[in-house]
Design a protein around this ligand. Structure first.
Ligand code: NAP
Length: 320
């Protein structure tokens, strides 16, 4: 019997390709350049499985053109790039990679937080430019964390990991979440649930950890910025469109908030040009989960999801 075909849309860690190749014919885009939609369609047309990255748009039209397809394994925890409802209607299983990137992503959110609050990138540029000619009392002053309030929007795996980091830095932790979180978990993490308005108004640092859905698009916009403290910072390592980027630029320009740390953008890879000019903004190219071990684990989980479905079993990480 012919082996099933798995299309891997982008270079992923070799270990996962080796696992797939043991049972499948792998049609691998070994390059780090994304397929165009036409290239994706051409490769996916006869595929039994797709291993996708968050930049691959898997919509109903693509699914309709791939009659053999049984599983789309996204190498990410977020899956807003996939029309899950359309896939489910067509009997195609969609999977993600939850859990293994929680700490790496929270670490990176914390790195952005420290970088913007303590002006690390500005300080680095200052030294490299030869401006460190003498120590000065009033140079590059930043904000404090201990005793301040960390607001977390989306209290799932990464949101809770942020709460742990916040407590370790002596911060008070508030959060908002769709589902009610148990009192025991609140007690364990020393975090208190509030509504979104209270979260925005009370936070010294507001960090976003929501999935991108129709409901969370522009979760933070002009209305929310208007209620935030002028000394507050926004950290976004979730998804760009959760923040109204034009409103963020206005808020930074007007001093409605003090700064931002951004790993994700509304129209990736395009970054609002004004953000590139602002010294109170720290920018990163969507690298929240980018550690060697984490990316390897993510790819191996995607491969395990593919093989489980192709072998007729249940995928370990289905999304609905
Ligand atoms: P998770 O465990 O599913 O947590 C998401 C949380 O958001 C859940 O607790 C969920 O509530 C809550 N939520 C959903 N919609 C909401 C709403 N409208 N209002 C308030 N809360 C809402 O996911 P995770 O593993 O923490 O990942 C979170 C997101 O981070 C991912 O979806 C992904 O987009 C992003 N991410 C980015 C990177 C990066 O590289 N920058 C890396 C990893 C993840 P329920 O309890 O009701 O479901």
């Amino acid at each position: 019997m012919a082996k099933p075909t798995v299309v891997v849309t982008r270079a992923i860690p070799r270990d996962a390709i080796d696992v797939l190749a043991g049972a499948c014919t792998v049609d691998e885009n070994g390059s780090d350049a994304a397929y165009t939609p036409a290239e994706l369609l051409a490769h996916a047309r006869d595929a039994d499985a797709l291993v996708t990255l968050l930049t691959d748009r898997v919509d109903d039209a693509l699914l309709a053109a791939c009659p053999r397809l049984k599983v789309v394994a996204n190498v990410a925890v977020g899956y807003d790039n996939i029309d899950v409802a359309a896939a489910t209607r067509r009997g195609v299983v969609v999977t993600n990679t939850p859990g293994v990137l929680t700490d790496a992503t929270a670490d990176f959110a914390w790195a952005l937080l420290l970088a913007v609050v303590r002006r690390v990138v500005e300080a680095d540029a200052y030294v490299r430019a030869g401006r460190f000619t003498e120590w000065k009392m009033l140079e590059l002053l930043g904000g404090d964390l201990a005793g301040r309030t960390l607001g977390i929007a989306g209290f799932g795996r990464i949101g809770q990991a942020m709460a742990r980091r916040g407590r370790a830095f002596g911060m008070n932790v508030l959060f908002t979440n769709r589902r009610r979180v148990s009192g025991a978990l609140e007690d364990e993490l020393g975090a208190r649930a509030v509504d979104t308005a209270t979260l925005c108004a009370s936070s010294d640092v507001l960090s976003l950890h929501l999935p991108l859905t129709a409901e969370t698009r522009h979760f933070v916009g002009a209305t929310e910025f208007a209620t935030m403290k002028p000394t507050a910072y926004l950290i976004n390592t979730a998804r760009g469109p959760i923040v109204d980027e034009a409103a963020l630029v206005d808020a930074l320009r007007s001093g409605a908030i003090a700064g931002a740390g951004l790993d994700v953008f509304e129209r990736e890879p395009v970054v609002h040009p004004a953000l590139l000019t602002m010294s109170n903004v720290v920018l990163a190219p969507h690298i929240g989960s980018a550690t060697v071990a984490t990316r390897t684990k993510m790819a191996l989980i995607a491969a395990a999801n593919v093989l489980a479905v192709l072998e007729g079993g249940a995928a370990p990480n289905p999304v609905r």
